[in-house]
Ligand binder design. Structure first.
Ligand SMILES: Cc1cc2nc3c(=O)[nH]c(=O)nc-3n(C[C@H](O)[C@H](O)[C@H](O)COP(=O)(O)O)c2cc1C
Length: 410
């Protein structure tokens, strides 16, 4: 992704949420920052007057997939007709960001399965720039398993979620589903384009996910790491224009489009890849949950269930973070992670003293609120630039990733 040399272009999609009227305020807040073109869904047009959006944006609002396109007469020999004109696709091509605000449950579903039955959904399949959504709906809709699953699919594909917030909803209920404040959305857009340039030319390596240590040809020792934090960090570095290498253990996630993916299974493979790439990197983010031990003698055949007890002898794996810290040049920045089940602050602080990385990001694992399984997390970050550890309150991993990189930039 390259830094736009022009005023950034945002394609603002407005869908059929009760919050659609707030899009007028959003456009007014975005206009001084970016060029805004509006695409309105059919349901959206029933909930906010098109004229108000045109007045706020200062340009025509697009609603139809077919308006302005040129049909080709039957019988025209192939290759002899002018190219079909689909004007709105032209703008999707040059958009720097597609922002869908508000986004309905319906539109999340369409986006997650790749439907293309109206202008906005078609544009989303066409767009190669990042896609952000700001959902707005009733709390029961937001918590419906189908919506939860669609949101997870979209997140794993790199779609960024702004909100929803928790609070009083238009329907009178209270809970999650509130449209994020237009000023907050505009602020995120502003910081996104400001950050664009910040890491251009930087090379960043991120490790993510668990490792798997084989016991025999069919069994492994592993952990519950989902890889979500590491993938979010890779995305955040990419958003800042960095060149990103993602060294990932086995996960179910789709890597962000644009990163160089290096797939590994064992801690030894991860160690080898990290050391191979280390000399070229400016920033090393060690977010993987690497197994501390591996099986000393891997059975070449499946171990049979013949004995009542079975002992495995384990040997220590290489300390990847420790070695990176020893071998790094003074200009190379390193972010370490600590996953603790108890005494988070004390244990993480002790790890940071042993392994003084530029940042040490500590998170709680195990139990219901385990950082491993959840989309959201809260973190304690030890920074060389701060006298006290910084608490990053519970938030989506995508947002936390941005905040971690901000702390590294201090
Ligand atoms: C008055 C009204 C308000 C609505 N508000 C919402 C909402 O806030 N969120 C939502 O997901 N759907 C809402 N809906 C339902 C959507 O408009 C409906 O699912 C529609 O098909 C969405 O189409 P779109 O995603 O193409 O815009 C509302 C419907 C009505 C009639």
């Amino acid at each position: 992704m390259t830094q736009p040399s022009h005023k950034p272009r945002v394609l603002l999609g407005i869908t059929g949420s009760v919050a659609a009227y707030k899009a007028v305020d959003l456009i007014q807040k975005l206009k001084p920052l970016v060029e805004v073109k509006v695409v309105l869904t059919d349901a959206g047009s029933k909930l906010v007057p098109l004229k108000a959006l045109e007045k706020a944006s200062g340009s025509p609002v697009w609603t139809s997939l077919f308006k302005g396109s040129t049909p080709i007469a039957p019988g025209t020999p192939s290759g002899s007709h002018p190219l079909a004109v689909v004007p709105h696709i032209e703008y999707a091509k040059s958009a720097d960001l597609v922002l869908i605000a508000p986004t309905t449950a319906d539109f999340l579903a369409k986006l997650s399965v790749g439907m293309a039955d109206d202008l906005l959904s078609t544009l989303c399949l066409y767009a190669t720039c990042p896609i952000w959504v700001a959902p707005a709906m009733n709390v029961k809709m937001w918590n419906h398993p189908a919506v939860v699953q669609n949101a997870a699919t979209l997140r794993s594909r790199g779609v960024r979620f702004l909100g929803p917030e928790s609070g009083h909803l238009a329907c009178g209920e209270v809970g999650d589903g509130r449209f994020a404040e237009p000023s907050e959305i505009a602020g995120q857009v502003q910081s996104y384009f400001e950050n664009f340039n910040r890491w251009a030319g930087k090379k960043v390596l991120v490790t993510a996910g668990p490792t798997q240590e084989p016991i025999d040809p069919v069994r492994v020792i592993s952990n519950h790491s989902s890889g979500k934090m590491g993938y979010a960090l890779a995305q955040a570095a990419l958003n800042r224009g960095a060149e990103v290498v993602l060294v990932t253990g086995p996960t179910r996630l789709t890597p962000p489009v644009g990163v160089t993916v290096v797939k590994v299974k064992t801690a030894s493979e991860m160690h080898r890849q990290v050391m191979k790439h280390l000399p070229k990197m400016n920033v090393m983010v060690m977010a993987a949950a690497v197994a501390d031990y591996r099986v000393k003698s891997i059975s070449p055949i499946k171990i049979k269930k013949s004995q009542d007890e079975l002992s495995l002898r384990l040997v220590k794996n290489s300390d990847i973070l420790g070695e990176v810290l020893k071998k790094r040049k003074p200009t190379q920045k390193v972010v370490g992670f600590a996953a603790e089940t108890d005494h988070l602050c004390e244990n993480a602080s002790a790890k940071w003293k042993r392994k003084p990385s530029d940042l040490l990001v500590a998170n709680q694992v195990g139990g219901k609120q385990s950082a491993f399984e959840n989309d959201q997390n809260e973190l304690l970050v030890f920074s060389r630039k701060r006298a006290k550890p910084v608490v990053l309150k519970k938030d989506f991993k995508s947002k936390l990733a941005e905040k971690i990189l901000d702390l590294l930039d201090e």
